[in-house]
Design a binder for this molecule. Structure first.
Ligand code: FPP
Length: 257
């Protein structure tokens, strides 16, 4: 079993200091669009599935880095509601990989106090995948370290629509008045309920799209994109994103101080 340390030997500075990260001013919630697995594989003459397999290693690096740094919440986009459009064999491979990874990594996540959360419509997933995800959630529920949320079969619009349907249903039943539907009501009904406000969105693979991810939550988040393909993404790239975030002046619609 591996206990994650900050990677520094006694007396040495932790690894993020060289990148200018101030561990006293961390984002509370970071989300990641993990793009570029397919291109990484194609560049090497490999099947796309090999890109996804290598992508899992990058997931491990980033979960460890976020946990060591002390970031409260990390949300990773593992499978979008639109990813079903991919060839059936690739979709099948991704499910298998997800279930295998959760089963294999669960002891290490538990050991390091990580609390796993799953966002998205899990009812539509193959039964063994649902079982692996639920086991990870249940067995880590009492942990108080990093919350690692995995968005699977997730879509931002779908998530908002689900909350709106709940509101209409409750209103029809006379249990909800229009004025009660405010930002706090909405936030409490989204898949991310209970997670800290989203501060930073990282996207690998060079695109500048939001791709139906966390649409409500992104309102005041900072965006950081890198051309690095996901399987090549390292803890150092993560530290770069955090350091860049810490340079930004966030105004939340107000004027500079
Ligand atoms: C995007 O790359 C990536 C995905 C659709 C899946 C992300 C999945 C993983 C990183 C592995 C499994 C995850 C976990 C949490 C264990 P792409 O295929 O769209 O790449 P491309 O844009 O280069 O084609």
């Amino acid at each position: 079993m591996t206990r994650w340390t900050d990677g520094a030997r006694p007396g040495e500075a932790p690894p993020w200091e060289a990148f200018g990260v101030d561990a006293a001013r961390l984002p509370r919630h970071v989300a990641v669009i993990m793009d570029g697995n397919g291109r990484w594989a194609r560049q090497r003459g490999l099947e796309r599935s090999e890109g996804h397999r290598a992508g899992v290693e990058a997931v491990r690096r980033v979960v460890r880095a976020a946990s060591r740094l002390g970031i409260p919440a990390l949300t990773l986009y593992a499978f979008s509601a639109e990813n079903w459009k991919r060839p059936a064999a690739e979709v099948q491979f991704l499910w298998q990989l997800l279930a295998d990874t959760f089963r294999r990594d669960l002891p290490e996540l538990k050991e390091n106090g990580v609390r796993v959360r799953v966002l998205g419509e899990r009812g539509g997933l193959p039964e063994p995948v649902q079982a692996a995800l639920s086991a990870a959630e249940e067995e880590t529920a009492a942990n108080d370290g990093l919350t690692a949320a995995f968005a699977v079969n997730y879509g931002g619009r779908q998530d908002i629509l689900r909350a709106v349907r709940t509101a209409v249903r409750e209103a029809q039943e006379g249990r909800l008045q229009p004025d009660e539907v405010d930002e706090a009501w909405m936030a409490a009904r989204l898949a991310t309920a209970g997670l800290p406000e989203l501060d930073l969105l990282i996207r690998s693979g060079g695109e500048m799209r939001v791709s139906n991810f966390l649409l409500w939550e992104l309102a005041y988040a900072e965006f950081w994109s890198t051309p690095v393909l996901w399987p090549d993404f390292t803890a150092e790239d993560f530290y770069r994103a955090i350091a860049d975030f810490q340079q930004r002046e966030r105004r939340f619609g107000g004027l500079p101080e």
